[in-house]
Design a protein around this ligand. Sequence first.
Ligand code: UDP
Ligand code: MG
Length: 314
Amino acid sequence: MLLSLIVPCYNEQEALPLFYKECTAVADRLGCEYELVLVDDGSTDGTLAVMKDLAGRDRRVVYLSLSRNFGKEAAMYAGLCNARGEYVAVMDADLQDPPELLPQMLEKLRTGEYDCVAARRVSRAGEPKVRSFFARLFYKFINRISDTQIVDGARDFRLMKREMVDAVVAMGEYNRFSKGLFGWVGFRTCWLPYENVERAAGKTKWSFWGLMKYAMDGVVNFSQAPLSFVSWAGFIMTAFAFFMLAFVVIRKLIFGDPVAGWASTMSVIIFVSGLQLFCLGVIGQYLAKTYLETKRRPHFIVSETNGRDVTKIK
Ligand code: UDP
Ligand code: MG
């Protein structure tokens, strides 16, 4: 039985050697064969050199270097498409996904009760307070409006059976929000709680706005609720305007021309045009996603690898 460990790396020259050391130390004790699929997501530092060095010393290391930075989702997808293992795990290069959990995960999977074992942080210690606050808010919100369950604190760190990996790979959408995709495909998932671990070396790639955009992606990809909200808002406003109109006409017929209120008229106009622009924006978000999907551009392009039979463009 082969186990594939997929590691997306973007500028991880400091963290990668540490990761390799710790991860292999744990994996060696698993009692099964394994391969390390290192995906270099267009790093601008020495990450690729580190990968080549590791691959030179260890035959279990397969590296894929993407032609530019495609983002973690695409890097993960590249790894999933090229993992050969019967069991496949995805983990970060910064040791925030503790390799020590692997034996436990494998054991759970081997019982046959589950198809997937996923890690879930139960604390957010060491993270900026504002970030934790908005993260919590996001999970509450999205689970309200989406049919797909998206678990708070879930990381991309998980061990899956081949069947599940094939299902995730078959989901060829361009806008990938993995936390949602993993949930959408179903299968029996076991959640393994653990305390948050801080990055071993290097810096996080997420800015606050980056995370905001990611959250927006999650909403647009896994819920149509904003669209129905917008339709309802439009409907209610129209109904309200209709009654107002009737009121104004009848008043005119009975009392003649009253003094027009400029300020109130203006505020109504501004309010309504603002609402319209907002609604257009919401629709635009969905349209933009559709536009990107219809272009059918590849998710990733591999420019360099030591693997054989690698899917280079997909
Ligand atoms: N990553 C990537 N491409 C990117 C950004 C990040 O492959 O464009 C990788 C990164 O190297 C790391 C993982 O994704 O292995 C998680 O990134 P990070 O630690 O910055 O995220 P956080 O743990 O703070 O959520
Ligand atoms: Mg991290």
